[in-house]
Design a protein around this ligand. Structure first.
Ligand SMILES: Cc1ncc(COP(=O)(O)O)c(C=O)c1O
Length: 481
């Protein structure tokens, strides 16, 4: 027993397969993931914080539960028949789980992924035999190339095709109502007081949250964790970098529809977590707890630590860690990726950073040209600047998310072109980017051979433009010391 008066039960299987450890197929091994207490990361907190390690599901994420539940519901309803094809649009984990379960049951699988998905996730899909279609991630919801529209079309065209549709499939939250929620209740012997989960489709927070609220007669508080700019928590929907959570709004979105898998009445409050905070927590988790987790776990656990801060020793916070950091080694755990965007590095050295060496104003923002501007408007915005990033954006002012830069407008690209043309018809490549946390010599290497303006990014936003010669000179200065 712990001092909280409950035993953390490891070997309770919630589901139909009776025997823990021996299963008739991969599907039987889904669920019953452990809770692990945070120790060093939670130092100074009186409340206990337990992380539910969903990466220990056999296909690697919390999405194993929703995928199995959706396939079984479609088998029951007759929408998915023997020899059929499972189709889905997903940034990865749902597709991986669907593809694997489909493989085990003799179905084909077709998965449409946005082009920003990590290479590791796409390779995994192919390893499970899925046919992968890559579609541009930067399309509004009404656009025919929007990933979910491509998947819908494919499901209609393929004979025997069935669209899983996790965003609006009631079997997604139902999976968490039937398994994730009851597991947490059993594992904490009813001592859980707060439940925290990131919100992507909303299936996890809604389903598990509903169960925990019902079983505790409303006592368990349910908290959604959301990226800072995501629309769920009241942001304007501009891009962020932690994958798989939040609700992004393309600037050209005509009707903003939230997934019906997200039941917002279940959520007592949303904690908004910026990318930099999520990544800092993620790095602490691997180094201080031995927990290598994915980005959305950073978002959720950062939120859980905030939730726990004012709570007393009688409180037990349970937070979902949806997947492992192994799928993101080339992003959230790579100093080259982190540094270029101005995020906290995994290993901070002694060399001066771009931010320090060039005294970059961290709260500044780069002037930009909005993607809807005409050539005449872009020329006026340029003023005397050599070039400005052209940004997919909802407002002319406001932070320039590097992820939303389409290219650059300059006096050269706009020379002798008609005033009334859209600026997007006359762009050069996006300007090079270095980050405030980049060591100065690495930044100089990034732009070697380039002359002209460079965007300096801090925490994923463009904060200023500097000339490449300034970076090169500071790099030489450093090396010369
Ligand atoms: C890594 C990761 N984190 C979080 C989520 C969000 O979970 P949900 O869709 O249940 O809200 C997902 C879902 O795709 C995911 O893959």
């Amino acid at each position: 027993m712990t001092r909280y008066g409950f035993e953390v039960v490891r070997d309770v299987h919630i589901g139909e397969v009776g025997d823990v450890g021996s299963h008739e197929s991969i599907a039987g091994a889904i669920g019953n993931t452990p809770l692990v207490r945070l120790n060093r990361v939670a130092e100074g907190l009186e409340a206990a914080v337990y992380v539910k390690l969903e990466y220990l599901n056999p296909l690697g994420s919390v999405k194993d539960r929703a995928a199995l539940s959706m396939i079984e519901a479609a088998e029951r309803s007759g929408e998915l028949r023997p020899g059929g094809t499972v189709v889905e649009a997903t940034s990865g984990n749902t597709g991986i789980a669907l593809a694997a379960i489909a493989a085990a049951r003799g179905y084909r699988s077709v998965v449409v992924v946005p082009d920003k998905s990590s290479a590791e996730k796409v390779a995994l899909l192919r390893a499970y035999g899925a046919e992968v279609h890559v579609s541009p991630g930067s399309r509004p919801a009404h656009h025919p190339e929007f990933v979910r529209n491509v998947a819908r079309r494919l499901a209609e065209e393929i004979p025997g095709g069935w669209l899983a549709g996790q965003y609006d499939n009631p079997a997604n939250p139902a999976a968490h109502r039937a398994t994730t929620g009851p597991e947490i209740w059993t594992q904490t012997a009813g001592a859980v007081t707060h439940f925290v989960a990131g919100v992507g489709t909303g299936g996890t927070v809604s389903g598990a949250g509903e169960f925990l609220k019902a079983v505790s007669r409303g006592a368990v508080q349910v908290i959604g964790a959301d990226p800072e700019t995501s629309a769920y928590g009241g942001g304007d929907g501009r891009a962020w970098y932690v994958e798989s959570v939040g609700h992004h709004l393309h600037p050209e979105t005509e009707v903003d529809q939230w997934p019906s898998s997200y039941h917002r009445d279940v959520v007592d409050r949303i904690e908004r977590v910026g990318d930099a905070e999520a990544l800092r927590v993620l790095h602490r988790l691997s180094r201080a707890e031995g927990l290598l987790l994915g980005g959305s776990s950073g978002t959720a656990i950062a939120a859980a630590l905030r939730v726990a801060r004012p709570l007393g020793p009688e409180s037990v916070v349970v937070v979902i860690a949806p997947d492992s950091g192994r799928s993101y080694l080339s992003k959230y755990f790579d100093d080259d990726w982190l540094g270029r965007l101005g995020f906290p590095l995994l290993r901070e050295g002694t060399e001066p950073t771009v931010g320090v060496a060039l005294t970059i104003p961290l709260d500044g923002h780069v002037r930009t040209v909005p993607s809807r501007a005409t050539v005449a408007e872009a020329r006026a915005l340029l003023g005397g600047a050599p070039a400005l990033p052209v940004l997919l954006q909802r407002k002319v002012s406001g932070p320039a998310q590097i992820a939303e830069v389409l290219g650059a407008a300059s006096a050269v690209t706009l020379d002798r072109v008609p005033d009334t043309d859209p600026v997007t018809a006359h762009l050069s490549a996006p300007l090079p980017v270095v980050g405030t946390t980049d060591p100065i010599s690495r930044a100089a290497e990034r732009i070697s051979g380039y002359a002209g303006p460079v965007v300096v990014a801090h925490e994923g936003r463009g904060v200023t433009l500097v000339d490449a010669t300034e970076i090169a000179a500071a790099g030489v200065d450093y090396r010369g010391r």
